[in-house]
Design a protein around this ligand. Structure first.
Ligand code: ZN
Ligand code: FE
Ligand code: FE
Ligand code: ZN
Length: 266
């Protein structure tokens, strides 16, 4: 089996991951990957926005660490990218970030449903308990649709992240999933099958099989990502993700080089 590229992994610069990029690369080779991409949490314009990302003055250090991994592992293709937080109003900052380096692709992720509520942060469980799950999911998918429509990104990250702590809405969300996926299709942006969900309370790949089925029906392309925050997580549960992709009809995944897409069979 030819493994698809693992296009989502972090570095210690984000302050909640361990292991140097060269160790992630070494593990990738051990599990049979031929291509990976680093996507650490991008800086915000204000370094005090939160405490789980690199500072703006660390971008060069990030690039240097990835370049070191490339030198150490010439047999592995290593792409250089960012996982960028999408918040409405941050578009100019995201364009500035995009211009700072010839990134291979950008993952756009929604973690914030307001400036103070990053819904996947374990420190914010009290916020979840104050709110109606359907309202949170609605705001999340509204922002995810805006992220897709912004054309700032090649890939939208973990498209149903609000399920992480199992706060599920009591109403059918199919209309908001479809609205997001149609925006993704129109804007030519891929979604990722992110295996980190299997390691969270929800115990399910992001996004759910129902959303992956809708994505295939709408013609939205995919990538694969482990969202590794430690070297041993690179390529984790890719067999399950490939199975899900195949079961829903996918045969190809996207690869990117300097923001140009090609489709590769897996
Ligand atoms: Zn992270
Ligand atoms: Fe994320
Ligand atoms: Fe991530
Ligand atoms: Zn992530």
């Amino acid at each position: 089996m030819l493994l698809p590229a693992d296009y989502h992994m972090h570095t210690p610069l984000c302050r909640h991951a361990v292991g140097e990029p060269t160790e992630y690369a070494a593990h990738a080779l051990r599990v049979g990957l031929r291509e990976i991409g680093f996507t650490d949490h991008s800086p915000m314009r204000r370094d005090d926005f939160d405490d789980w990302r690199m500072r703006a003055d660390q971008l060069d250090e990030y690039v240097a660490k990835v370049q070191q991994a490339r030198r150490d592992h010439p047999q592995l293709t290593i792409k250089l990218s960012l996982e960028v937080d999408y918040l409405p109003g941050h578009e100019d900052w995201i364009r500035e970030l995009a211009a700072r380096h010839p990134w291979d692709y950008l993952i756009g992720s929604v973690h914030y449903v307001s400036d103070a509520f990053d819904l996947d942060n374990p420190a914010k469980l009290s916020e979840w308990k104050k709110r109606d799950a359907f309202e949170v999911w609605s705001v999340y998918f509204e922002r995810l649709t805006m992220a897709a429509e912004s054309r700032l990104f090649e890939i939208i990250g973990h498209a149903d992240l609000p399920k992480k702590f199992k706060f599920y809405p009591d109403r059918d969300c199919t209309p908001m999933f479809t609205q997001f996926l149609r925006a993704a299709k129109r804007s030519d942006v891929a979604i990722e099958l992110n295996t980190a969900g299997l390691r969270k309370d929800c115990r399910e790949i992001y996004p759910s099989p129902a959303i992956v089925r809708l994505a295939h029906a709408e013609g939205v392309p995919i990538t694969f990502g482990s969202d590794a925050h430690a070297p041993g997580e690179v390529g984790m549960d890719f067999a399950a993700a490939i199975q899900l992709a195949r079961d829903t009809g996918y045969t190809h995944a996207c690869q990117f080089k300097q923001r140009v897409r090609t489709m590769v069979a897996f």
